[in-house]
Unconditional design. Structure first.
Length: 276
């Protein structure tokens, strides 16, 4: 009887918790949609900001393109480092102390607040490296921010590959690099790409690092790595903090949410693909 009541209580707890979480998410999405859908049209998507003050009229195309460029640059930077680190830990590192030390570094980076990473990007990349407030400064900073997530997801995917395949490859005299490219990567490439896309979604919604390294109030469509850009999170912040247009702010938020949902759906689709 006690076990029966425990199962009922646990079942109710699981159901209520899930219901609350789903309800909150639906409420947030619905609220943003109701407030913002009237602003979203062809002109809003494909025009630049206009009016006085700037952003009262027009659209957000430069901000959309700027955010996509930031995400792409961040994903490229972090994927190179993250996948390389994961491959080293899984295939080449035989020293447990070194492995634990690298895991500690990765965990520490993941725990650094985004505003602190933004300050690092501002002081080191913008000023010390003389990159200025630019796309490359923001891309590198966001790449550092999402690097731990790509490394952890990639390492997890590699370790889940059937060990017999790897050992059989070694037994045939095949080297580790060939084994990774032609055997391991073929088994888990969907999950790795999924992790990169999900991390890119995290980067595209980050405001603090972008504010300090790459974004400005007004800029043309991105045309250079060393030029400042507009970005959706920063544009949203300006619209609200300066009291320019709450209606346009909700429209910007709706576009950003839709982009994040699409990225996550793509990541889930790729993650569910069967190995091999």
């Amino acid at each position: 009887m006690n076990s029966f009541f425990k199962n009922i209580i646990l079942g109710l707890w699981y159901f209520i918790s899930s219901f609350i979480v789903v309800s909150i998410i639906i409420f947030i999405f619905s609220y943003i949609f109701i407030k913002g859908y009237t602003s979203v049209n062809i002109g809003f998507i494909f025009d630049g900001p206009k009016g006085t003050p700037l952003g009262m009229e027009g659209g957000i195309l430069p901000a959309i393109l700027g955010s996509l460029c930031l995400m792409f640059l961040a994903c490229v930077n972090s994927a190179i480092l993250g996948i390389g680190t994961a491959v080293y830990l899984c295939l080449y590192c035989d020293n447990k102390r070194i492995e634990n030390f690298i895991h500690l570094i990765v965990s520490s980076i993941a725990g650094v607040p985004s505003i602190v990473l933004g300050l690092f990007g501002y002081s080191f990349l913008v000023y010390f490296c003389n990159f200025g407030v630019s796309l490359i400064s923001g891309g590198i900073t966001l790449g550092i921010m999402i690097f731990p997530y790509i490394e952890v997801l990639t390492e997890k995917s590699i370790r889940e590959v059937d060990k017999n395949l790897i050992l059989s490859s070694y037994a045939l005299g095949i080297d580790k690099s060939y084994t990774f490219i032609h055997i391991i990567l073929q088994q888990c490439k969907g999950e790795i790409i999924s992790g990169i896309i999900m991390s890119g979604g995290f980067a595209i919604g980050a405001a603090a690092p972008v504010m300090l390294t790459s974004a400005v109030v007004s800029a043309p469509n991105p045309d250079s790595l060393f030029s400042p850009i507009m970005a959706l999170p920063y544009h949203l912040y300006i619209l609200i903090s300066q009291g320019i247009s709450l209606e346009k702010a909700y429209g910007t938020a709706l576009v950003l949410v839709i982009m994040l949902v699409l990225l996550n759906l793509l990541a889930v689709f790729l993650g569910k693909r069967k190995r091999g």
